[in-house]
Design a protein. Sequence first.
Length: 290
Amino acid sequence: MAVTVKECLELQLIEVEMLLSMFPKKGEVNLDEDAVCSVQRYLRNTDGALPPQLEYSVAIDVGEAKVKVELQVLLPHTYPRVAPQLFTRSDALHRQQQLELNTHLTSHISSLDSGELCICEAVQWLKDNSLPYLENSKIPSKSASEKVAVKETLRRMWIYSHHIYRQELRKKIFDCAKKLNLTGFCLTGKPGVICVEGLREHCEEFWRVIRYPNWKHISCKHVENIETEGSIDDLRLFHAFEDLQFQAHGDYGLRNDYHMDLGQFLEFLKQHQSGHIFQILFDIEGKLSD
C-alpha cells in the first residue's frame, strides 16, 4: 500500500507542476507551499506519517468578459487511483446554476478512464462549458421577477474544536471568513470556538473549506437560520470577524496546552445576545467570572 501511495503522490506533484506552467500568474493557482513540501519530504522517506492531502484552487477566466470561475481541489492520498474532490464556484453564478455546473462536471470526470490524472481535464472542461451557465444566471426567471420582495436567510454557525493553536490553521479560518463576507469570531486556545454568520450558502462553504480531513476534533454544535425580506446585515450580532483571546490558565510551554477563561467567554457571549449558546457548546450552565 505504501508503494501505491508513493506513486500516486508523485503523480499529484507532476500534475501540480503542469498546472503552475499553465497558470503562471500570481493568484491563478492558490496552493499551500508547505503542503507540497510535506509531500516531498514524505517521498524522500516513506517510513513517516502520511502528509496532509493536497488542497488547492485554480482561477479560470471564462468567455470574452473573462468571468472568474474557481475550481477547488482536494486530492485523496490515492488519487488518481480514486476520484478527486472537486467543487466549482463563481460569484457570477446563482446557487442553482452552480449546482448544475458541479453536477455536470462530476459526471464528466466520472466518464473518464479511471486511474488517470484529471485536474487539467477538469480545468479545460470548465473553460469550454461554463459559459452557458454564466449566461443563464443573468436571465431572471418569470416567477422571480414577479416577486415583490426576495427573502434571504442569515445563517449563524457555532463550531467547537478541542483546540485551535496553529498559525496556518488560524490564517485559513480568517482568510476564508473574509473572502465569504462572514462576521463572527475565532476563539484561539483550548477549547477553540468559531462563530460565523452571513448568507447561508457562504456559511456552508466556510464549513466545507475548513473541515478538511486532518482536523479530527471539530463539530458544528448549533445552527441558527433567520429568514428576512430585508438585509441580512441588520440581523448580524457581530460587525466583523474577530480574533478572540482571553486570559488563559495553564502552561504556555512548547505544547501551548492552555485553557481559555470560559467565564470571560460567557460574558462576551452575553454581550452579543448569545449567552444561551454557552450551554450548547459545553453542556454546562455558565456563570460569569468575578
